[in-house]
Design a binder for this molecule. Structure first.
Ligand SMILES: [Zn+2]
Length: 124
């Protein structure tokens, strides 16, 4: 389903958006010493991950969209599963998911942002 060459492969495996082989981040999301840190260049293809200073500020928009999607997903789950949770309970669950998911979502938004600007290229 998720083959090398699709943007989803790069996003879900946190791999270089151009070659899909080199690691994008220095470490996994829950290593708090290096949270969100990228390699400057891909170790496999040499792609420079940052096009300009402040390039990844745009990832905030992606992060915002993911947060809204999580909120809508939890409200929909409450409605579909007929849980009858109050708005306060829903907000508590959304808050907990966002707080504990922040490191992962931070990485996810950066790799999605990078995939807007870099495309897969087969290595020569
Ligand atoms: Zn690469």
């Amino acid at each position: 389903m998720m083959k090398i060459g699709s943007k989803l492969y790069s996003i879900l495996n946190f791999k270089c958006p151009q070659c899909h082989q080199g690691d994008f981040f220095v470490s996994h999301p829950y290593n708090f010493r290096t949270i969100g840190e990228l390699h400057s260049n891909c170790k496999e293809c040499g792609l420079k991950f940052s096009k300009e200073p402040g390039f990844y500020f745009g990832a905030m928009y992606v992060s915002y969209a993911i947060g809204i999607a999580i909120f809508i997903g939890i409200i929909s789950a409450n409605w579909i599963l007929n849980l009858n949770a109050s708005l306060l309970q829903i907000l508590f669950v959304v808050g907990a998911v966002l707080i504990f998911g922040t490191p992962f979502l931070f990485h996810l938004s950066k790799i999605i942002w990078a995939n807007f600007f870099f495309s897969y290229k087969v290595k020569d």
